[in-house]
Design a protein around this ligand. Structure first.
Ligand SMILES: [Zn+2]
Length: 259
């Protein structure tokens, strides 16, 4: 996704009309491109300004008629100069420019929130794994096959368990890349539902906790165990997915950081 494509799709992005892959691609681009992030915040600010009561009053009928006829004239011939001669339009434009400037400066400091971006990446990782027939790099229900497969490929040893007895058979594992780091993706199944469990070492100063959410029709749960950050994503219903997370959180899992 380049700047041109991003700005072309910005309105659809703001309206939430894009598919999840484009959505993620744009969020990712804006995270790295201050210019597009600024365009995004400017559009957002303009929309917010237009929604406020101070600006969103219906104009009187005679003004509406003048606008309609002006638009008709403008669409026939280029009468931009005449339209811009209206003083209130100039005031509106100056106001909008001021808002844009303020938000432009602000947006240089803030891109999309990192947490939000990570959520998008997790969903993208999940949907990619379902769409591109790249669900697993190592396909096995045997934890003693899957666990050693990660050795040498990741700077940590992810805990791998098969929970077939609890109704969540292990399908396999693969490498993925989230939040600018390589992560372990373990794939489980519950009836016809695929569950992606993403794991990487937790930062030492984070208290264990759990966050649940639903986005683009997927249920997501993330948190930390004693030493791992986990993200779980699936179209499985939330209560069964929570049952799965309780297994993830069992402290019996042996795992060790190599670094
Ligand atoms: Zn850009």
């Amino acid at each position: 996704m380049n700047c041109h494509e991003t700005q072309e799709l910005l309105h659809a992005y703001l309206d939430g009309e894009l598919d999840v892959v484009s959505d993620v691609a744009i969020a990712h681009h804006m995270h790295q491109c201050p210019e597009c992030a600024q365009a995004y915040h400017s559009q957002q600010a303009l929309r917010a300004a237009l929604r406020t009561s101070a600006l969103a009053f219906p104009p009187p009928e005679h003004v509406q008629q003048r606008i309609r006829s002006a638009v008709r004239r403008a669409s026939r011939t280029d009468t931009r100069a005449r339209v811009w001669a209206w003083p209130w339009l100039r005031v509106g434009a100056a106001l909008a420019a001021g808002v844009l400037l303020m938000w432009g400066v602000e947006s240089l400091r803030t891109g999309p929130a990192p947490e939000d971006l990570l959520t998008q990446e997790v969903i993208a990782g999940h949907t990619r794994s379902l769409m591109l027939t790249h669900l697993t790099d190592v396909t096995s229900s045997d934890q003693h096959t899957v666990k050693p497969w990660f050795e040498g490929k990741l700077p940590f040893a992810p805990p791998v368990q098969d929970w077939v007895a609890q109704g969540f058979p292990l399908v396999g594992g693969r490498l993925d890349y989230l939040g600018n780091r390589p992560v372990a993706a373990l794939v489980y199944q519950r009836q016809q539902h695929i569950i992606n469990l993403f794991l990487w070492p937790a930062p030492s100063n984070v208290a264990p906790g759990e966050t649940r959410g639903t986005r683009h029709g997927y249920n997501l749960i993330h948190g930390t165990t004693a030493d791992m950050t986990y993200w779980v994503v699936s179209n499985l219903n939330m209560s069964e997915l929570q049952g799965f997370v309780r297994l993830v959180q069992q402290p019996a899992l042996p795992s060790r950081a190599l670094q």
